[in-house]
Write a protein that binds this ligand. Sequence first.
Ligand SMILES: *Cc1c(COP(=O)(O)O)cnc(C)c1O
Length: 357
Amino acid sequence: MTITETIPVERIATSRISEIDFKNLEFGKYISDHMVVAEYRDKKWHAPVIKPYGEMAMTPAILALHYGQAVFEGMKAFRTVDGNITIFRIYKHHQRLNRSLERMCMPAIREDMFVQSLHALVELDRAWVPDDEGSALYIRPVVFASESRLGVKISDQYKFVVMTSPVGPYFNKPIKVKVEETYVRAAEGGTGYAKCAGNYGGAFYPTQLARQQGYDQVLWTDAKEHNYIDESGAMNVMFVLNGKLVTPRLTTALLDGVTRDSILTLANETGMPAEERRVSLDDLIAGFEQGTLTEAFGAGTAAVVAPIATINIHGKDYHLPPVTDASFQMRIKKKLYNIRHGIEPDKHNWNYTIVVK
Ligand SMILES: *Cc1c(COP(=O)(O)O)cnc(C)c1O
């Protein structure tokens, strides 16, 4: 029995795949034929079903819209050289989803329901997994409060929906970031470590201001002193400083990225010492002035690594040396690519494999 047979499927009448220009995939623009939907009511999750992707009937009174109980995940599926499909670190994403759900007083999702839902959906829509180099099928699970009620309360009803989207190689133009010293994304004790919707809505305005000043992203600092780096946009941030990989240690104010964790693990194995610690603005300025800060990059599922060319600190632009094939970030990106596509051995069992028959 294949997994697809364990979840009821209502198939789309005609696939939309022929409308997709796989050579020009904009991130998140196209959503594949089917979606998983499961409902939580009467204090339990009911069995998921797969149906055609499309509109869902809901009232404007659903609690997610008013009080923000909404969390999501972002992951990727890849085609391997032997023709199968792998989902990268599905169990770690599931654990993080449950941490986010707990922070928002939302019901946990069992591992088997999560894994089987994703497996069945990706298997069914496997034609949507692109095979061009650097492309992948992005997987977006989302959970939101679906009870209709105007009073402020913890919802008694939720929906779990999984959608997928073919995505092309992320264009790695080095980005300019601005250290944020006025606005705050998250404070310790807040929801920064949860992948919850409100964190993103709240980050738009400061990011828009930074864009108007010519920067691509904000580099968030701690809420108390604006002195220690947290993360950037929807990416963790990493530096090569004094020949070591350095990244801000995890606090409740930043997201425990799967890409971050994977890069830290691989760095240690490839002989690059890695340090998780507080990174102050003075550490960065000293690194620029002494020439010991040689790389800075964002790390996340969407871009894998996003090279940083310029960091604005206290209103001054500091520039990083150009990225080359020998840069740590490019070597580690390649290594991750090789593991995900079955080119290098997957020593940590990061790949969840869907055998394509
Ligand atoms: C998703 C996300 C990341 C990156 O996490 P990955 O698991 O590597 O994709 C980092 N920061 C924020 C705020 C995020 O939402």
